[in-house]
Write a protein that binds this ligand. Structure first.
Ligand SMILES: *Cc1c(COP(=O)(O)O)cnc(C)c1O
Length: 355
């Protein structure tokens, strides 16, 4: 029986996407060949790459606006250094909202001065810093729009005139924001788009070519753009599966519709966290993520029975990250409302066992 998958990543994909992706591994486009045994330079795969890039721009509303989409390798973690390698000439600003931002800062320091413009480390990253001034002498400002581990999310994108860069690994394509506020954003595929192995990078072309250092080919956005994400053999299966997910998203009304669906799921789980005396939310209420809901047991509550209950209910992937403890319900695009309903039912049942 298929489980209710609350995994933080790699995570749930639409069932129809899984079916099509698995079929393509056996026989792609009735070619009598598998997707993973044909040349990446075949017209069939080039069409996949172009379609995936096109869908990414269309869904984010960035088509014909000077942006390009690339599918690269090395995960979001490679982007921590690639962004700095390509864009950091002297000084860059970072807002530190958790483990991933901290890693991005560490990598950027190899290439220049890094200013931590704001940080929420003082409260174990349970909120999004606000009200700070953003210096104007920075090459760019980097933010992590959704903090997968801590369950916080920027509901308002910082306003600045310097180039804005974002790690959107865990909330890309999940909400209707003005993507043109960003000059570059990236996302590892494995949270809201596809299997691990590829990273989507969307960049405003005019941002590139400004640093004075020479950049090795594989790590150069300009080289990758010129070769259309095919400087070397691209990860064909993750890209194809991502293409299928983006098609699914478009067919289901695009980002606008999925945002409504995601809001409904988030409301359902957070209402229960707040109502239920056995639990307390981890993140500050106004900064709560609509993708990863983090919560802990209330003081003195033993979670043993809860763990049994959700396991018995066929729920998977609910354990919190070790730096937060407790639980994390990841409610990505493909997770159905009924899975959240089921979890809420289990939380209620657990509360009753305590009385
Ligand atoms: C998962 C995640 C990463 C790490 O992605 P990799 O592809 O494993 O490098 C980085 N940033 C955020 C926000 C994430 O959720």
């Amino acid at each position: 029986m298929k489980k209710h998958n609350f995994s933080a990543g790699p995570s749930i994909l639409p069932a129809s996407v899984m079916k099509k992706a698995s079929e393509a591994v056996i026989d792609f486009n009735r070619m009598g060949l598998s997707l993973i045994e044909i040349s990446h330079r075949s017209k069939e795969f080039i069409a996949v790459m172009e379609r995936a890039q096109d869908l990414a721009l269309e869904l984010t509303g960035l088509k014909s606006k000077g942006y390009k989409a690339m599918f690269l390798q090395g995960g979001a973690s490679m982007q921590f250094l690639m962004t700095a390698y390509n864009l950091l000439e002297t000084k860059a600003g970072y807002i530190n909202t958790g483990a991933w931002s901290t890693k991005a800062i560490k990598e950027a320091k190899f290439f220049g001065e890094v200013v931590e413009v704001a940080s929420s480390k003082d409260h174990n990253f349970n909120y999004i810093p606000k009200g700070h001034t953003i210096p104007l002498d920075l090459d760019y400002l980097h933010i992590t729009t959704n903090n997968t581990i801590f369950g916080t999310q920027f509901h308002e994108i910082p306003h600045t005139d310097i180039p804005l860069i974002a790690d959107m690994s865990s909330d890309i394509f999940s909400r209707d924001i003005d993507y043109s506020k960003f000059d570059l954003f990236y996302a590892g595929a494995q949270k809201n788009m596809g299997p691990s192995g590829t990273t989507l990078v969307i960049v405003k072309e005019e941002l590139l070519g400004k640093v004075s250092r020479t950049i090795p080919s594989m790590l150069s956005y300009e080289v990758q753009l010129k070769s259309d994400s095919m400087f070397n053999t691209p990860p064909v299966f993750p890209i194809y599966t991502s293409m299928l997910t983006l098609e699914w998203l478009l067919e289901n009304g695009g980002i606008n519709q999925i945002e409504k669906h995601n809001k409904a799921k988030a409301e359902l789980i957070y209402n229960e966290i707040d109502r239920n005396s056995a639990f307390e939310g981890f993140a500050a209420k106004k900064d709560r993520s609509h993708m990863n809901a983090t919560f802990n047991l209330a003081d003195g509550v033993d979670g043993y029975a809860f763990d049994n209950l959700w396991n018995e209910a066929n729920i998977s992937g609910l354990k919190g990250h070790r730096s937060v403890g407790g639980y994390r319900a990841s409610i990505y695009n493909a997770l159905p409302l009924e899975s959240v309903n089921l979890l809420v039912g289990v939380m209620k049942k657990f509360e009753q066992t305590l009385q």
